[in-house]
Ligand binder design. Structure first.
Ligand SMILES: [Zn+2]
Length: 493
């Protein structure tokens, strides 16, 4: 399946000679990897996957040959947010919570090159797809650089400025007239409905299907766009590029459901994500040139399955849930019909104690009391518990398929995702010896070649860095090693 290194090198030399005017093709030997697809379940811990499997029996996520765990800590500490986690995934560089593909390890705010930007330099098409606002942290880290994730109108502008081919998700309200006008001028086909998405043509599509996030799976109406619809469209646009593509798809609201401790929505959102995983896995299997990575940015909620020993989980309760707990709570509030709403949306008859519990919450001044009461009743019936309404520091699942997938097994950290940029596997140990004085030459053989780029990538990933060596490969002199330096060395080799 994987092309031997020697022949791919030869091929790249051949291509280089033929089209020396296009240096970006010079290293299209990128092993046998033509397309890279990253699928991120936001907030999706191992337990979120497990409870979804209990409900549905089998998940596509089980079918990956390479599995591992990723540590998620950021410079802020053990518990990351999506901005810092996404930045680590997208750039290979750790940063502080809230930051979008910038870091201040150099003492000032510095932009860090992302995998999407690398893919663009390699002549590939690119796409970002999510069920959250497209300007939310996870998609943002791949194609924008801001010190604060809340600068979403600026992120919107930068997503367009980056000319990402396909941008699909929610977040209409973050795109003002000027940004939409700029998108139009850049040739984007701008769509707002599922119907328009299906018909959309061209190499640039901006799809904004909700003012804020796309509704939860359980709360969607017929005709609402889903993650699979958006993913299929993205693939159909991106796969036309003969140089290949880079695509990130996020199941963005697993996190939101877990923040709310809403087990019905956690499962429904994770299932939607897994359907996309299945579609992508099938696509990659048919092609053989597509590397697929599935991972989460962090765990949300501290989900525990089973509150006592033994057969303590009743997943049938989850199967009966037909709305998010926020919708159940708001309908109880509006109608006052506690029994009827539980019957309609959760498929069970609440007990006298449960009704009393809801009535008490209805009288509370805490605005979350009612929803939390609904959550508690459902979770107790299912037999699951959440430790908090926030993120936790647990390692998250990592799955890989396709050429180069062997780099993603084992116990890693988010920054290791930068290995997606590996250009052929190197097995020889890393040695930094001699100083030739040539910028970009770290092996000391007086030549700048892809071995130097490889070692630079490994240094970025934390392999022993000595200061002198670091200076020699900081090609753009921004005070740190990042993917940009790796790219620049490749371009010089
Ligand atoms: Zn979150």
């Amino acid at each position: 399946m994987k092309k031997p290194l020697a022949s791919s090198l030869l091929l790249s030399l051949l291509i280089f000679n033929l089209v020396s005017l296009q240096p970006c093709l010079a290293y299209s030997h990128q092993s046998a990897v033509k397309n890279v697809i990253i699928l991120i379940g936001d907030g999706m811990g191992v337990a979120h996957v497990e409870i979804t499997k209990l409900v549905y029996g089998h998940l596509n996520m089980e079918d990956f040959p390479v599995t591992g765990l990723e540590l998620t800590d950021s410079l802020s500490g053990e518990v990351t947010d999506s901005a810092a986690a996404g930045t680590a995934i997208a750039t290979g560089v750790k940063t502080y919570n809230g930051m979008i593909s910038v870091t201040n390890v150099t003492g000032r705010i510095t932009n860090v090159t992302t995998l999407l930007e690398v893919a663009q330099t390699l002549g590939k098409s690119t796409g970002l797809v999510t069920t959250t606002r497209i300007t939310h942290a996870t998609p943002a880290v791949f194609a924008s650089h801001v010190p604060d994730r809340d600068m979403e109108d600026e992120i919107a502008r930068q997503l367009i400025l980056h000319r990402v081919n396909v941008l699909l998700g929610g977040g209409k309200k973050e795109f003002d007239e000027d940004t939409l006008k700029m998108a139009e001028d850049y040739g984007y086909n701008i769509v707002f409905t599922k119907e328009e998405l299906e018909k959309a043509e061209g190499d640039f599509i901006l799809g904004l299907f909700a003012d804020s996030h796309i509704p939860y799976v359980l709360d969607r109406k017929p005709g609402d766009v889903g993650l699979l619809d958006m993913t299929k469209k993205a693939i159909s646009v991106l796969e036309r590029n003969p140089n290949g593509f880079f695509l990130m798809v996020e199941g963005g609201r697993i996190d939101h459901a877990a923040h709310e401790n809403d087990i019905g929505s956690v499962v429904a959102e994770t299932k939607e994500f897994d359907d996309v995983v299945g579609y992508i896995l099938e696509y990659a299997r048919k092609r053989g040139d597509t590397l697929v990575i599935v991972l989460a940015d962090h765990e949300t909620g501290g989900l525990a399955i089973g509150l006592t020993y033994g057969n303590a989980v009743n997943e049938k309760v989850i199967k009966g849930i037909k709305a998010s707990t926020s919708r159940i709570a708001s309908e109880i509030k509006v109608t006052g019909d506690i029994r009827g709403i539980f019957k309609k949306y959760a498929d069970f008859e609440p007990t006298i104690e449960e009704i009393a519990y809801i009535k008490k919450a209805l009288n509370s001044t805490d605005r979350y009391a009612l929803q939390n009461a609904v959550v508690e009743i459902i979770n107790r019936r299912v037999g699951v518990g959440f430790v908090s309404h926030k993120h936790t520091g647990a390692p998250v699942p990592l799955l890989a398929y396709g050429p180069g997938s062997e780099n993603f097994g084992g116990f890693l950290h988010h920054v290791d995702t930068a290995k997606l940029m590996l250009f052929g596997r190197e097995n020889t140990p890393i040695t930094i010896s001699g100083v030739s004085g040539i910028k970009g030459d770290i092996t000391g053989d007086s030549e700048v070649d892809r071995r130097d780029a490889y070692i630079t990538l490994m240094m970025l990933l934390g392999e022993n860095v000595d200061n002198e060596a670091e200076k020699r490969v900081d090609m753009d002199r921004n005070g740190m090693i990042d993917l940009k330096d790796v790219l620049l060395i490749l371009q010089e080799s």
